[in-house]
Ligand binder design. Structure first.
Ligand code: KIV
Length: 276
């Protein structure tokens, strides 16, 4: 009766929260990517990615918006359901979009939709101290949570653009304190976006739960990038932390395998992908 989650006719068992915690403990980097559909999800999974996020970045890379703000819960449910069909081993996380977690009960209803209708194994939400109560409420209902700190794209109109966060010592300390409070409230993963290397290192050392970075330097437990950036599909200016893995590779699968290998070998991120 317990075999479905552990055996899907594959050599390696599916990744779960215990796997991710053990990887942190053992110092094995966690390779993560976003995905939005079943075909790419199967490639991302075949490349050996440990964690797949159906990010609200889908608003930008799939829907063509300038920000993630227009994305709805139904959009994320739809894409999560499709990604779930393409995965065998990777752990599936779904983003809670803008304004979908304003109150504990609203957050719970939407998280349940992402898990029951979408097949997500964890939900991700953006926020610091202001989200402690929400995380506590979800954790009390056994909903695994990833807390996203640093640059919070859903707040782009409030902060006035996509900017590096936590450069000032007091802001870095506040971010670290918020990360600890979110962990104590029940967050199972902390994701850090666009912060100086030193702040990523500080927060990672302070937490027991895995810390995944995107533009947070090399000294965190894992790395995540937006799939379309890695495959050089995104046109125009990309953030400093992006690396084009399609260059020099003759297939998307080869590019994704190179990304996973470089994360595992700590080749990515290199100094040119980092903030100080
Ligand atoms: O929405 C997303 O894809 C994300 C990643 C940038 C981490 O939150």
């Amino acid at each position: 009766m317990y075999t479905q989650l552990e055996q899907r006719g594959m050599p390696q068992p599916p990744v779960n929260v215990s796997t991710l915690r053990k990887m942190k403990h053992d110092g094995e980097p966690i390779a993560c990517l976003t995905a939005y559909d079943a075909s790419y999800a199967s490639l991302v999974d075949a490349a050996g990615t440990d964690l797949v996020l159906v990010g609200d970045s889908l608003g930008m890379v799939i829907q063509g918006h300038d920000t993630t703000v227009p994305v709805t819960v139904s959009d994320v449910v739809y894409h999560t359901r499709n990604v779930a069909r393409g995965l065998r081993r990777a752990f599936l996380v779904a983003d809670m979009p803008f304004m979908s977690y304003t109150k504990p009960d609203i957050a719970l209803d939407n998280a349940v939709r992402l898990m029951q209708e979408g097949g997500a194994m964890m939900v991700k939400l953006e926020g610091g101290d202001d989200q402690v109560q929400i995380v506590e409420h979800l954790a009390r209902h056994d909903i695994p949570v990833c807390a996203h700190l640093g640059l919070k794209p859903q707040s782009v109109h409030k902060i006035g653009g996509f900017k590096v966060q936590g450069r000032e010592p007091e802001k870095a300390e506040a971010m670290c304190a918020a990360a600890k409070r979110l962990q104590d409230a029940g967050a199972d993963i902390v994701l850090l976006e666009c912060i100086p290397n030193e702040v990523g290192k500080l927060i990672c050392a302070a937490l027991d739960v895995p810390v995944i970075g995107i533009g947070a330097g090399p000294e965190v437990d894992g790395q995540i990038l937006v799939l379309y950036d890695v495959l050089d599909i995104t046109q125009g200016r990309t953030p400093k932390f992006v690396k084009n893995y399609q260059a020099g590779c003759d297939s998307p699968l080869a590019a994704l395998e190179t990304y996973v290998r470089e994360v595992k070998e700590r080749v990515y991120p290199a100094p040119e992908h980092c903030f100080s």
